[in-house]
Design a protein around this ligand. Sequence first.
Ligand code: GRG
Length: 296
Amino acid sequence: MTTTTSYLQEQAERVSIHLATLLSENDTHHALLFEAARYSLLGSGKRLRPVLCLAATEALGGNTDHALDPACALEMIHTYSLIHDDLPCMDDDDFRRGIPTLHKVYNDAHAVLTGDFLLTHAFGVVAAAPHLTAEKKVAITACLAKRAGGDGMVAGQILDIAYTGKKVSLTTLENIHLHKTAALITAAIECGGIVSSATPEQLLLLRAIGRDLGLAFQIVDDIIDVTASEAKHGRTTSSDADNDKLTYVALLGVEGSQKAAQRLLEAVHKRLQQLGTSGDITHLATIADLCVKRAL
Ligand code: GRG
């Protein structure tokens, strides 16, 4: 059996290869747009959301080849959100995935349009997926629209901006991150369930797993933001603090945040056991562990 790290690497590579085919280098018609999209998309992302989609498909006993297109659509939506989030009107970041942000290489307008293109292309990829029934394509489209849009990630980003620099309660912070971060992670797991024809009860469990794992992922992101800054700069200020963002660490401390992430992870494992599936939950379970124990 492959280890979790090699499973992750293999599946991430599988996703990257398929992504490259979905954004052809040979499209000379729209070369500038495709080149910019490829710059951001084919870089060094962890591919967490697509790999979660594949692992959830496996957990429910489905065929992961059939999940590859929705998995890539998720990565396109995630990458668009990063491109827009890095713009001067949002977080104003100069580097992403170890390379200069897209608007630094091209310009702000080009970055906005490349993000728009990746978002729309994602839905085109789902519509054209060769192995999915029309019913599954509709269910995946609805799921992606809900979790990436006004009831998910975009709503979370709006809340995040509205509360920047303000004092917020733990409940408000949780609500921001449930939308901004956990919604797309939930979509990844849910799409795996749809591909594998999960029952309504299993879909409910998958949604709860996505919610808890997404929140745990964000809490760990906040911890890494502080601890990496400490290790790197010998100071407790972080990029979140620099951007006047409230974090779990600011509200709960590092230890309290670690405990909260651990509690969420335990809930994820409990629900995975309740799925009652004939599929193999091993990889989904170990990726969940990695989300909480990661250092990046
Ligand atoms: C602009 C609509 C819109 C939304 C932006 C994703 C996002 C919402 C903002 C990015 C800022 C941020 C730190 C969000 C929290 C989620 C998160 C940790 C994103 C980074 O995801 P990773 O770690 O990144 O999976 P890679 O590069 O590995 O894919």
